[in-house]
Design a protein around this ligand. Structure first.
Ligand SMILES: Cc1ncc(COP(=O)(O)O)c(C=O)c1O
Length: 449
């Protein structure tokens, strides 16, 4: 066993060294070689070292270098080395972190990490939370708490009686709501289309003056960090009005919530702390391995009411049982990596990482503008949208940048304009990597002119 694990560590270390230099996207021949894995199901056992070698030799070259310094696609982030190491150890522990009594070490690490996060993100003290797979499920989890609370206030027990015959809930979203939040609404029986949509401005921010008059059971969903522009909804204007009407306010802050952890960026988060629930990703900007999201609820009882289960064979601890706050009962101890990131970087290290990435996004915007290209958004956070001219030229330039391999960016259509998205959210992105990537973007754009 030692040899196998040492071999895995050596292979992983070599991989992490190689992705510093190799093209970010996997080569076509590496992808074609994946066909080697499509073999008949083996009749019997194989040597584990050979299985590992196959995985590394065929799998590693066919991966996208997401954990490298020059991946700017979607909003992904890398994995801080300490979080990879903590992940290895926690995997060896194999703790099923549902019940404190059974897995005290990992349950305690999650309880401590949660308290640190509530402090770091400026959330109300006593806020409860759960460690889930990502922002999609964090939105689902937090919205389930909101659904419980607004229906309880209307005299309805949604966990017991479901939604058939329940008082209707008005759900308010912005026109640039993330589609996964809308999916969560569908899963919760609140309907993907049965929403009141508030129009947005050119940055994708809800227009506060267009918020309808709210009455009855209501959930208002705000966004801290639009997936394209990085813009924040005007919480200071909307939250007090929603609260006055007795609404539950939920914040999708998949990456934007982390702005609260930096003195420089925290003004973007003003007013969001008065909401009722928040969702964020740790696998994005906290730079921990997949999958890792966080759901927070000011009202811990509402979250517990939505998530906790009891059975004679499940011991109940006197302290926080992690599964009381998550859709899953059994799950991996993803809080260990969150704890390791927080414990290693501390307040100043986290602020430095977030602020560095934002400065790097601004540098991309400045360099691309100087190169004659149009930046479509106000770069308030870590997201940059750039047009290289007409839609066809922009699409060709994105394809050329992806082929070139120095860096990787994806495309989008932002309010009718075809654009390339640059998302800077990795601990590994150095200023040198930004300059190298910027030069590649300008080179490819010139070639596609
Ligand atoms: C604002 C927002 N919400 C939700 C999500 C979904 O996050 P995940 O893919 O981690 O579930 C994203 C992903 O980029 C996002 O940007």
């Amino acid at each position: 066993m030692d040899e196998l694990l040492e071999s895995a560590a050596a292979r992983a270390m070599r991989y992490l060294r190689e992705i510093q230099e190799r093209p970010v996207a996997p080569a076509a021949d590496a992808i074609a070689r994946l066909a080697v894995l499509s073999e008949p199901f083996p009749d019997g056992p194989s040597d584990p070292e050979q299985v590992l070698a196959l995985l590394d030799e065929v799998g590693s070259p066919a991966t996208m270098a997401i954990d490298g310094p020059r991946f700017f696609g979607f909003v992904m982030g890398g994995s801080l080395p300490v979080t990879i190491a903590a992940n290895w150890l926690a995997t060896a522990w194999d703790q099923n972190t549902g019940l404190h009594t059974v897995t005290p070490a990992t349950a305690e690490l999650e309880r401590i990490a949660l308290a640190w996060l509530v402090d770091l993100l400026g959330l109300p003290s006593g806020t409860a939370g759960g460690f889930v797979t990502g922002a999609t499920v964090a939105n689902l989890t937090a919205l389930a708490a909101g659904r419980h609370a607004v229906l309880e206030a209307a005299g309805w027990d949604v966990e017991a009686d479901g939604l058939f015959g329940a008082p209707p809930i008005t759900v308010v979203v912005g026109a640039e709501v993330h589609p996964t939040l809308v999916k969560s609404l569908g899963v919760l029986g609140l309907g993907r289309s049965r929403v009141v949509t508030v129009p947005v401005d050119g940055q994708g921010r809800m227009r506060a003056e267009a918020l309808p008059r709210l009455q009855g059971p209501t959930i208002v969903c705000l966004q801290a960090g639009n997936v394209n522009t990085g813009a924040f909804d005007p919480a200071r204007e909307i939250v007090p009005r929603a609260k006055e009407a007795g609404a539950w306010v939920h914040v999708d802050g998949a990456f934007g919530l982390w702005a609260a952890a930096s003195p420089q960026l925290a003004p973007l988060m003003a007013g969001f702390e008065d909401a009722d629930s928040w969702a964020t990703d740790a696998h994005k900007w906290l730079n921990v391995p997949y999958d890792s999201g966080l759901a927070f609820s000011r009202d811990g009882e509402a979250l517990r009411a939505a998530m906790a289960v009891r059975a004679a064979y499940l011991p109940v601890a006197a302290v926080r049982d992690p599964s009381d706050y998550t859709p899953e009962l059994s799950r991996r101890s993803r809080g260990v990596e969150v704890w390791a990131a927080l414990r290693t970087l501390g307040r100043s290290g986290l602020a430095e990482m977030f602020e560095r990435n934002c400065a790097q996004a601004r540098r991309f915007a400045e360099g691309l503008t100087a190169g004659g290209h149009e930046v479509l958004n106000d770069v308030v956070l870590n997201q940059v949208l750039v047009s290289f001219g007409d839609p066809d030229r922009t699409r060709r330039t994105i394809a050329a940048i992806q082929r070139d391999g120095t860096c990787w960016c994806g495309g989008t259509v932002w309010q009718g304009r075809t654009a390339m998205r640059i998302s800077v959210c990795s601990w590994a992105t150095t200023d040198e990597a930004v300059e190298q990537s910027l030069a590649a973007m300008l080179r490819c754009a010139a070639a596609e002119a």
